[in-house]
Design a protein around this ligand. Structure first.
Ligand code: ADP
Length: 397
């Protein structure tokens, strides 16, 4: 009964097998396509992730590089993971520091010690670091801390370095200035007190001596007045309180006024004041401040020039639209090593001579300030024994 059905069953079985085979192949092809699609999606995701990471790293680096503080990040093995440009500048390093240890990267035992202390304490604040330098060193203040991951495990360490060099220099200048001012004020005051005491003790009864002493007291009181006036001028100039009233100014006319103001002082030495400034020049300047500059320079030229010498004032138009003015005097001049320093506050080549002549040590500092406020420059040229020439420039009107 079954025998006649065999062929039919065989055909049916073959048919079923064929259908299954085709279905399997299609399934496999579909699965393959699905896997390829997933692979593509995965690859796209991976690339996207990498791009995000690279972007974040670049942003992080840009952020670090925009900081004025030097930043150094170490990984859990104590090797450099990140440094910013400020740190490279501060420590003068070159090349890629990543992957190196602190000692290899910075070659400073103090930094290694700081890292060790941070690993023990977790955080170190305000560590002072002095970096040796060619001319003068650098002073850094370093804060450091361990970096922890979300799981609370140590991931590395971060050092942030603040450059205190400029701040320290300013602090030194301020301290020196205060010390100088105190000294300058105390010297005439103690002289005045000394002479007054001597007068009280009996010198007042000897008219000739008393007159001489009173003259000396007057001289020191004048010095105190000049010093206080100069200090106030410097302070006003430095705090920007002085507004330059720039206008078309004739330098020859200003020189004429200064010569007339200093005529009697020049006659006492005696010194011949000569105005050689051409008539056709015009500067864009504050006339009163220009007068102060010229007064200080001519006053010095008389004080430090030789007796019976000449003080000559001249001016010219330069190629770059400036008016260059100079004041020349005869006399011993200024040694070359002192020339760049005479514009510093309270710097004097010969302290005794300056004080004797009633100098405050601030005249040239005031000159420099005023000239620079006009956008000009001031400098001195001098050969020992051949006098000195002070130059300054002003914008042309
Ligand atoms: P001071 O009140 O002592 O004159 P300044 O600032 O005007 O202070 O000048 C600083 C120093 O520069 C003076 O003490 C002096 O030693 C030197 N100096 C200034 N002008 C001249 C000059 N024309 N010739 C020689 N030395 C000068």
């Amino acid at each position: 009964m079954l025998r006649p059905m065999w062929p039919a069953l065989t055909i049916l079985a073959l048919l079923v097998a064929g259908v299954c085979f085709v279905a399997l192949r299609r399934y496999r092809a579909e699965a393959e396509a699905e896997r390829a699609k997933q692979q593509q999606e995965f690859e796209a995701l991976r690339q996207q992730h990498e791009q995000t990471q690279a972007r974040e790293l670049a942003q992080q680096q840009a952020l670090f590089n925009s900081m004025s503080e030097g930043v150094l990040v170490l990984d859990a093995d104590g090797r450099v993971r990140l440094v910013n440009q400020a740190l490279e500048r501060l420590f003068g390093t070159t090349g890629d520091l990543r992957g190196r240890t602190v000692m290899e990267a910075l070659r400073l035992h103090q930094v290694q010690e700081l890292v060790n202390r941070t690993l023990i304490k977790g955080q170190v604040d305000d560590f002072e670091l002095e970096l040796p330098g060619l001319d003068c060193g650098r002073s850094l203040q370093v804060n450091s801390a361990i970096v922890l991951g979300q799981d609370g495990r140590q991931q590395g360490l971060i050092l942030v370095c603040h450059d205190l060099t400029r701040l320290k220099q300013l602090e030194n200048t301020r301290r020196e200035f205060v010390a100088n001012v105190s000294h300058e004020l105390r010297t005439p005051l103690s002289m005045i007190k000394g002479y007054v005491e001597t007068l009280i003790d009996g010198a007042k009864d000897k008219p000739e001596v008393a007159f001489k002493f009173l003259q000396t007291i007057e001289k020191h009181a004048d010095r105190l007045t000049y010093l206080i006036e100069d200090l106030l001028t410097i302070s006003r100039l430095e705090s920007g309180q002085v507004v330059m009233n720039l206008q078309r100014t004739d330098p020859r006319a200003v020189v004429e006024r200064v010569i007339s103001d200093l005529e009697s002082k020049a006659a006492a030495k005696p010194t011949h004041l000569v105005n050689e400034v051409p008539t056709a020049l015009a500067a864009n300047a504050d006339a009163d401040r220009l007068q102060q500059v010229l007064f200080n320079l001519v006053d010095n030229a008389i004080k430090y020039g030789q007796a019976d010498g000449n003080v000559v004032l001249g001016a010219r138009k330069t190629d770059n639209k400036q008016i260059e003015v100079w004041v020349r005097n005869d006399g011993p001049g200024i040694p070359s090593e002192a020339q760049p320093r005479v514009f510093e506050r309270f710097y004097r080549v010969d302290k005794a001579r300056s004080r004797d002549a009633g100098g405050t040590g601030l005249g040239l500092a005031i000159v420099k300030h005023i000239v620079q406020s006009h956008g000009g420059e001031v400098w001195v040229e001098s050969e020992p024994g051949k006098g000195a020439i002070f130059y300054f420039t002003l914008p042309e009107a």
